[in-house]
Write a protein that binds this ligand. Structure first.
Ligand code: SAJ
Length: 414
């Protein structure tokens, strides 16, 4: 098997754009994923999720010769971008996907190969779970095989621009290896590329997402305080953010996605006695779907509705303009309804074309016909484009969409 420059392992929300971006900028890339159906889709000319510009990037990468396979390749550099869930009880990282991928790399790689873990991992994961795999094979980390960590910062909904422009961090044992990895990312990345040690790189990534989670929790707590005293939290945030050093984020129905809602738990799991504000912020954000449900129930009381038959939730994804439903606040809210023995409500999401839950509509018009109350859980661009269809509804806007709703609607805010 001929050696390629880069073998990207894991072609999901991060691995695929990264592999395509490298290939489109002249790096010889083979993308590997264990899902044969996913590899098949990619080999036959289609991308596997919605993201602005992804199809154009895919075409450019294919033109430059990217290959897709279920097999691991012989490569100079391996970029491992596989899921890193956390154990919901211990709050500790489940590193099994990364370990499995690294084992498969070690089965085929040649001496001197560089294994770059791009997946977000709890601080200390490389030392605790990955380095031992290398040693157990009688290989010497830093001699036979090099390890590095290169977390990404791209935000779903703006991935490709951020892949090109965001600065990045590379953690390596040996600065020369850091430089080697930097050169690959510099094929496309126009941002600064910071080289540091592995544990620092692991911690910075988790810290960045934890910082954001705490700030969202602050906005959500501020919402409840203002709501309790008849104050307009959005006006207060708008004016406060005029201060040059204040940047309060937006309250919402909860924090979803595979990153912000997961990474802070790594710190809680590893530093339980110290990560108190971090835990409380996670609990605050995880409590928002239940808070929304309590507000919906109060609204239904106000409107004289005795069941959810005419209540619909707009948005199943975890945030606007993506088709990712991981840790979705709406799905968390539906779970809570089930816990309270309430039936699954009507839902609609323009980004989701397949069935996810009972009561899910695939036509916005049909959805609107069957509801009197619309709870806006996600501010997709679709809503702006179809706002005129929303008439004679009670609209509970949990995202402060700032839309010009038809006067026939009654508007309620989170
Ligand atoms: N959210 C709010 N209020 C806000 C901002 C977000 O309620 O003001 C909610 C969103 O609706 C969503 C969740 O938080 O449910 C997370 O969305 P997000 O846009 O904040 O972040 P992600 O998860 O899409 O991407 C984050 C980004 N991290 C940071 O901004 C520090 C991204 O840069 C990371 O690369 C990504 O996590 C990741 O993969 O780690």
């Amino acid at each position: 098997m001929k050696q390629v420059q880069v073998n990207v392992v894991g072609l999901g929300y991060i691995g695929l754009p990264t592999a395509l971006m490298m290939a489109a900028h002249g790096v010889e890339v083979v993308g590997t994923d264990f899902k044969a159906t996913l590899v098949d889709t990619l080999t036959h000319g289609q991308v596997t999720f919605k993201e602005d510009g992804l199809e154009t990037l895919y075409a450019s990468a294919v033109q430059r010769g990217i290959q897709f396979s279920t097999a691991y390749q012989k490569a100079e550099i391996y970029v491992v971008s596989v899921p890193t869930p956390y154990d919901k009880v211990s709050k500790k990282i489940d590193a099994s996907y990364v370990m499995h991928a690294v084992q498969n790399v070690l089965d085929v790689c040649e001496q001197g190969a560089v294994i770059v873990v791009e997946s977000t991992i709890a601080p200390g994961t490389i030392d605790r779970y990955i380095r031992p795999l290398v040693i157990e094979r009688g290989l010497r980390p830093g001699v036979d095989v090099h390890l590095a960590h290169a977390p990404e910062r791209i935000i779903p909904g703006n991935m490709l621009s951020e892949l090109l422009h965001n600065s990045r961090t590379i953690g390596a044992d040996d600065p020369a290896i850091g430089e080697k990895v930097r050169r690959i990312y510099q094929s496309f990345c126009q941002g600064d590329i910071e080289i540091t040690d592995i544990r620092t790189a692991e911690m910075t990534k988790v810290v960045e997402n934890t910082y954001r989670d705490i700030n969202i929790a602050f906005a959500n707590e501020l919402l409840k305080i203002c709501r309790s005293d008849g104050l307009d939290v959005n006006e207060i945030i708008r004016i406060s953010n005029k201060h040059p050093r204040v940047n309060i984020l937006s309250p919402g129905p909860g924090v979803g996605g595979h990153c912000i809602s997961v990474d802070p738990w790594f710190l809680v799991g590893d530093y339980p006695a110290l990560a108190r504000l971090i835990r409380l912020s996670r609990e605050t954000n995880d409590g928002m779907p239940a808070y929304v449900l309590s507000r919906v129930a109060a609204l239904m009381g106000q409107l004289g509705l005795h069941n959810y038959a005419r209540v619909g939730f707009y948005g199943l994804t975890y945030k606007e303009n993506v088709d990712d439903m991981r840790e979705s606040p709406t799905l968390q809210l539906i779970e809570k309804m089930h816990d309270n023995l309430a039936p699954t409500p009507k839902t609609y999401d323009p980004m989701i074309s397949f069935d996810v839950v009972d009561g899910q509509y695939h036509s916005f018009e049909a959805f609107l016909q069957d509801i009197d109350v619309m709870v806006v859980m996600v501010h997709h661009a679709h809503l702006d484009e179809n706002i005129g269809l929303v008439q004679n509804k009670a609209v509970f806007d949990t995202r402060n969409c700032h839309l010009n709703w038809d006067a026939s609607n009654k508007l309620f805010e989170l």
